[in-house]
Write a protein that binds this ligand. Sequence first.
Ligand SMILES: N[C@@H](CCC(=O)N[C@@H](CS)C(=O)NCC(=O)O)C(=O)O
Length: 110
Amino acid sequence: MAEENQVKLHGIWASPYVKRVEMALKLEGIPYEYVEEDLRNKSQLLLQYNPVHKKVPVLIHNGKPIAESLIILEYIDKTWKNGPPLLPQDHYKRAKVRFWASFVQQEVRK
Ligand SMILES: N[C@@H](CCC(=O)N[C@@H](CS)C(=O)NCC(=O)O)C(=O)O
């Protein structure tokens, strides 16, 4: 795989936050390497890549880590144009999608 296309995802299989990133990568047709974490024994790489929250998902693109699923989705949307856009171009529709994504996130936390 060329250096400029190196994509890795640290996750756990049961996480809805990780699932949404996996879905976006698949929708865009982006090949990636998946690293399953053990949250009871987090890898040194996870702690290094996400020192603030120490959570998955973390996407690493060409060695540069990005944390927080919604931020990762926005990054994927802006960086790759292989598949359909993840967010609508229309600003109002985009705001509505963000609202519901945020709502789902809050509900999952409860
Ligand atoms: N706001 C984060 C939430 C991520 C999150 O809560 N991940 C959980 C797994 S579902 C985690 O890594 N927990 C480890 C911990 O709390 O130490 C996101 O959207 O990515």
